[in-house]
Design a protein around this ligand. Sequence first.
Ligand code: 48H
Length: 263
Amino acid sequence: MSLDAKSLRFDELTVTRGIVESFMHDFLDAIDLDVAVAGAGPSGLTAARLLADEGLKVAVFERNLHIGGGIWGGGMLFPRIVIEEEAADLLTDVGVRLRPWQDGTLIADAVESATKMTATAIDAGARIFVGIEVEDVVVDDDDRISGVVINWGAVEAAGLHVDPLGVHAQVVIDGTGHPSEVSRTVLRKVPGASFGSDFDCVPGEASMHAPRGEAALVVNTKEIYPGLIVTGMAANAVTKSYRMGAIFGGMLLSGRRAADERS
Ligand code: 48H
């Protein structure tokens, strides 16, 4: 089918109004949330999908223009991920095909995993905002976390001074990966905040021990401060637990645990 310019009824303003009005509608619908998820990596996407499946109003704020966090890179840019059999259902449920591998593990394609996890989170009703980062949290009168402070990722990248906007959420999930940015911010900025550990700052994760890192990840996924649940690599970074390399079952199981913590 070809397009005939003379019979096309739209003009540039159709495009402009369509984009701005539809975005504003969706954005305004996401400023008072049940759950705000910071970061669209495997743990954040899994938590968002499962919570949206329960009918909760969930938005994911992702700094980058692309979704999937560390999944895309697979292991050292080889676009495959390894997962444990215990986490298989979290990928097969979203339609990812798995190949049997060794020692209780399976292999998935990184591109297929990132795209299908994203698509199913959206289908479940989670709103995913790209190019928006969480730069701070909102606290209530008791200093409980009650929302996130957001800004365009491009503003931060350009080093501009532009004041952010606040979004309310009953619970915030920190799925920002290695830098554990939300948890770090809470510990640094919320008066009297403590995660009940020996660390007075976020220590970052420990060196690699894949089985220990994976096991710790699920245990470390919890509400570490009132209103703040930590998931994924961030959960190991706040406790100096081991890293695990390109095995992702723990990330998926951590996302499910984060969703269970909220439920
Ligand atoms: C908005 C933000 C912000 C912010 C960061 O790193 P991720 O993939 O996160 P996880 O924890 O779900 O998965 C970790 C995994 O990818 C990994 O790194 C592994 C397995 N490492 C093992 C090892 O040994 O190294 O995704 C986090 C996402 C990214 O897309 C960031 O862009 C985003 O969060 N993000 N988004 N506001 N302040 N900070």
